[in-house]
Design a protein around this ligand. Structure first.
Ligand code: CTP
Length: 230
């Protein structure tokens, strides 16, 4: 299968030297890319600014902002079978970005923000959401986009993630949401491990034990492989 995986944070620049972002390091997304490649799949990894090495055999596209990430996903999604959105996409960006460094005296105390596009929702509007059970026929009838694209999202929460993961699963039309509590030891940004909860559209909640991000990644790839078989 062909996997598209997003990873890391996005940066939303205020001027030439200042930006808004988050602590994502990209480890989870790079682990998914590595696991998918190791399982014999073709993988395109779309990475925000991170300092990780590209896993062997993986095609990497580097991006900076949420809008860059959306454009990159749009350019590759037509050929994809699976989209795994591990990226911590910034929800907002400054309304204006100065091309040079602003002086303190030129900046105001308030920053005017505008909403970034939601990448998963935008892709849904391009690809459509096949009814459950229609996946195999939708795939064989695919036009420019894979109607049967398998969509996997993440929900990094502060607190028990299941309820929010279920909401995101519904609202974003996902096949799987991988939730975690970033305040839990071993499950935060940049850790080598993660304790995740898998939530699927039928309401099933599967709590996995603490394990390496690579082990979580293999579970995600296996889920996608099973889902592709119907
Ligand atoms: N996501 C996306 N586009 C965005 C923001 C998030 O595609 N602009 C994706 C993330 O990559 C993740 C999923 O949506 O797979 C959930 O992201 P999250 O930030 O947890 O959710 P939000 O939609 O931002 O919801 P909220 O702010 O209410 O938690």
């Amino acid at each position: 299968m062909r996997f598209v995986v997003t990873a890391g944070p996005t940066r939303e620049f205020i001027d030439a030297v200042r930006f808004l972002s988050n602590p994502s390091t990209g480890r989870m997304g790079f682990a998914v890319a590595r696991a998918a490649r190791a399982a014999g799949h073709e993988v395109t990894l779309i990475a925000g600014p991170v300092s990780l090495k590209t896993p062997p055999g993986v095609t990497r596209i580097d991006v900076v902002s949420a809008r860059d990430m959306l454009n990159a996903v749009r350019t590759v999604i037509a050929r994809a079978d699976v989209l795994v959105m591990t990226a911590a996409v910034a929800d907002w960006r400054p309304a204006h970005c100065a091309s040079r460094k602003l002086k303190k005296t030129e900046m105001s105390d308030t920053l005017h923000l505008v909403r970034n596009p939601d990448i998963l929702k935008t892709i849904n509007s391009l690809v459509g959401s096949p009814r459950r059970g229609d996946r195999l026929s939708a795939r064989s009838a695919s036009g420019p986009y894979q109607m049967g694209l398998i969509r996997i999202g993440f929900a990094a929460e502060t607190g028990a993630p299941a309820a929010e993961a279920a909401r995101k699963c519904r609202e974003k039309g996902l096949d799987l949401v991988v939730g975690n509590d970033v305040t839990e030891p071993g499950s935060g940004f940049g850790t080598a491990t993660n304790r995740v909860t898998f939530v699927t559209p039928d309401g099933t909640v599967q709590r996995l034990p603490l394990m390496s991000k690579l082990a979580v990644a293999h579970r995600i790839v296996s889920f996608a492989e099973r889902r592709a078989k119907g």
